[in-house]
Each structure stands twice: as structure tokens, then as C-alpha cells.
Design a protein. Structure first.
Length: 279
């Protein structure tokens, strides 16, 4: 059976907050900086971090309260804040996805997940669909999903967290035999239009970022904006091989931009965040 906080961690793993919104930015700051603090953080410092990322103080206050209500932050001692244990697990799980985005080659394998959930557990079926989509899964048919094989462990984590492992059988395969061609299969199994729109939105949101400035405050704001605009994409985009993707697919360009700006800004952004946190 999964640990008690395992399901809670997955419950926090949502992408409903629009990137650039106050709630989304404070959530990003919590994942980047707050979760690594060994002692609770005074709320004014959390607000200052959000304001430095371009959020107004009233909006940051409201967003912080909202994240407390959602169970991502909690208040301890005399109004100080800390990241909850389930949220720390969620952020740790997201590290590899966000910062080292993968991309399939034609030689990579697939994992197929076949499941049959009793009608009495219809809510579980809905949760599986929700989390499989957020893992980047493709819906082949009712009760049959396909993922890149490098997501095998994450698929098992979801099944275990939802206590659905007994309803699922997993198969690893090298080459699916598509009903048509690879492009048609990808278009049928994944919402490529939605994923493409996410990449284009990321490229638009990061087009004006100043990654070259030596100013640590500018680097901090650019870095938080970058991560906030990017962090959902590596979940929803499975990284399909080029042979399955439409022409002029924006994924490669957005991955390259993420890696370039991240590499340029990360260290200076960390220095500025440490300054605001009082280190």
C-alpha cells in the first residue's frame, strides 16, 4: 500500500493555475526555493519573493492564502510558513521532469497500460484518466493507455497512489503496429493541438526575457518566469519521436530555449532568492 501522504502529493499535482497568475508564480517559488528551507519562512519574505517576480503585494497575499488552503503551504509558529510534506514529495518528483526534459528516439520502447475498473469505482476511473493525461499518456482506446517507457516508474507511482495497481496490467513493447501511420496514431492518441499551443505560449511568454544581464534581480525574475511558464509542459508533453509529430513542431525550440535561459539565470537567481530569504 502507498504511504499515507502519497495520494495527497498526487492530489497537489494539478495544472489548473494559469501560468503567470499570482497563484502559479507563488507555487513556482515554493518549488524552487521555499521547500529547501530548513526553518519556517516569515510570510513577508514569501511576499517579497513574489513581488520580485512581478506579482503585486495584494495578489501575492491572496495567492499565498490560497496555497495554504490547498495544502501546499502551512502556517506554523507565529505566522511563519513552510512547505507541507506532500508538497515536498510532489516538488521532488517533478525535479527530473522539469529540469531534464526527455525526448524519445525511434529506438525507445513504450509501456502500455490496460486496466478494467469496476463500475462501482467510476470516480477512480476518472482519477486515472486525469493523472494519466498529466503524465503525458496517450489514450489508445477505453482502458488502454500508452506512454514512453521512460515513464514506466511514474505510471506505477500513480497506480499505487490511487490504489489501482490490482486493476492494471502493463506491457513493454518496442514497436506498436499502428492502424494507419505513426502521425495518424499520435494525432488520435494525444491532443497534439493542445500540447503545441502550450509550447507556443511558452515561447511567447519567454521571448523578452533578459538572460544575459548581470543583475541578479533581473536574473531572478527571468528565471521564475521561465520555470513558471515551462513546468507543466514536460508533464503534458510525453516527448514523442519526430516521426510521430507534425511538421514545424515547436517542442524542440521551446526545450532549447528553456535549457539556455535556465543555464544562464539559475545561479544568479538563487543568489538573489537567498538574499531575500535572509541568508
Amino acid at each position: 500500500m502507498a504511504p499515507a501522504n502519497s495520494l495527497a502529493a498526487f492530489a497537489l499535482d494539478d495544472f489548473e493555475s494559469r501560468f503567470g497568475s499570482a497563484a502559479s508564480v507563488v507555487r513556482t517559488i515554493a518549488g524552487l526555493y521555499l521547500r529547501h528551507q530548513s526553518v519556517p519562512i516569515p510570510r513577508p519574505r514569501v511576499i517579497e519573493l513574489a513581488c520580485a517576480a512581478g506579482i503585486s503585494s495584494p495578489a501575492a497575499q491572496t495567492a499565498t492564502s490560497r496555497l495554504i488552503d490547498r495544502g501546499l503551504l502551512e502556517t506554523v509558529q507565529s505566522g511563519e510558513l513552510t512547505v507541507t510534506a506532500p508538497a515536498k514529495s510532489m516538488f521532488a518528483r517533478g525535479n527530473r521532469r522539469i529540469f531534464t526534459p526527455r525526448h524519445m528516439s525511434n529506438a525507445d520502447r513504450w509501456v502500455l497500460v490496460a486496466f478494467s475498473v469496476p463500475e462501482s469505482l467510476r470516480a477512480l476511473r476518472h482519477q486515472l484518466r486525469k493523472h494519466f493525461i498529466q503524465l503525458g499518456g496517450g489514450l489508445v482506446s477505453a482502458g488502454l493507455w500508452i506512454f514512453p517507457e521512460y515513464l514506466h516508474a511514474e505510471v506505477l507511482e500513480v497506480l499505487n497512489a490511487l490504489k489501482a495497481r490490482t486493476y492494471a496490467t502493463l506491457f513493454v513493447t518496442q514497436t506498436p503496429q499502428y492502424p494507419g501511420d505513426a502521425h495518424q496514431a499520435a494525432a488520435q492518441w494525444w491532443d497534439l493541438a493542445k500540447i503545441s499551443k502550450l509550447h507556443h505560449a511558452f515561447l511567447a511568454a519567454t521571448a523578452g526575457l533578459d538572460a544575459a544581464s548581470a543583475d541578479e534581480q533581473i536574473a531572478y525574475r527571468s528565471y521564475v518566469t521561465l520555470i513558471d511558464a515551462w513546468r507543466a509542459i514536460p508533464y503534458l508533453d510525453p516527448g514523442l519521436p519526430e516521426t510521430m509529430l507534425p511538421e514545424r513542431w515547436p517542442g524542440q525550440e521551446s526545450r532549447q530555449r528553456f535549457l539556455e535561459i535556465s543555464g544562464s539565470c539559475q545561479g544568479r537567481a538563487q543568489s538573489y532568492a537567498s538574499l531575500l530569504l535572509g541568508h
